[in-house]
Design a protein around this ligand. Structure first.
Ligand code: DC
Length: 224
């Protein structure tokens, strides 16, 4: 059975992981949250007080993997899935992600994970840098208002104490840094299909993506 690579990119909090996760489930593919990898590196840097110039050495001491089947982010053997979603990590992750040495190390690991295909990866540079030859590239968008509300509800549901203003400021700041950094900025790949999910339900957006996936050669998992 032919397997393909699906790249899902877009701004912060526009529902990339929700879409990528359910798409992977439907297709029986592996889902990789590349943002979680940058968040885990950020957590390591914060905990260990890594300063400019020390990144290369620090990166050699970082081992990242995802637990199966729960898909939790594991940093040097520790489950950090909850910790990496905290606001203090969100507030620093774009700065850390802009460091070329960090990007080189993450992109190398991500490309390795995609060698067997059958993968859905979400992030900012997946269709442009990590898998420029991906059979399907989706660029997700939604208005800042809708993105703020969704992220706020998600954080509150997890018991994380925050305000709409803080969430909005954080995501606009990350959008700005992510799309203006010098090394592999967030941008829509020329051959990406755009899905604006501002007025779509989760199921409607999934159906659109599944249509695109089928057209790109993916076959649905019978068991899924
Ligand atoms: O998807 P997320 O919001 O969890 O990602 C957190 C940050 O990681 C995001 O603000 C920018 C960075 N990131 C990146 O630079 N490249 C990726 N492929 C994924 C995320």
């Amino acid at each position: 059975m032919e397997k393909i690579i699906i790249a899902v990119d877009g701004y912060s909090s526009c529902g990339k992981s929700t879409l990528a996760r359910s798409l992977a489930e439907k297709l029986g593919y592996t889902y990789i949250d590349s943002g979680a990898m940058y968040r885990a590196v950020t957590l390591y840097f914060l905990r260990n007080g890594i300063l400019a110039g020390e990144e290369e050495t620090a990166l050699r001491n970082i081992s990242l993997r995802f637990s199966r089947p729960a898909n939790h982010t594991i940093l040097n053997g520790e489950d950090v899935e909850e910790e990496i979603r905290q606001m203090y990590v969100s507030n620093q992750v774009s700065q850390v992600s802009a460091i070329p040495a960090v990007r080189r190390a993450m992109v190398r690991q991500q490309q390795e994970m995609g060698k067997e295909k059958g993968i859905v990866m979400d992030g900012r540079d997946i269709g442009t840098v990590v898998f420029p030859d991906a059979e399907l590239k989706i660029f997700l968008t939604a208005t800042p208002e809708v993105r703020t509300r969704r992220r706020y509800d998600e954080l509150r549901a997890k018991g994380i104490n925050t305000s709409m203003e803080e969430v909005r400021a954080n995501l606009l700041k990350r959008d700005h840094i992510d799309s203006t950094r010098e090394d592999s900025p967030l941008r829509q790949a020329d051959d990406a299909a755009v899905i604006d999910n501002t007025r779509l339900t989760r199921d409607q957006q999934l159906q659109k993506a599944l249509e695109l996936a089928r057209a790109a050669g993916a076959q649905e998992n019978i068991a899924g």
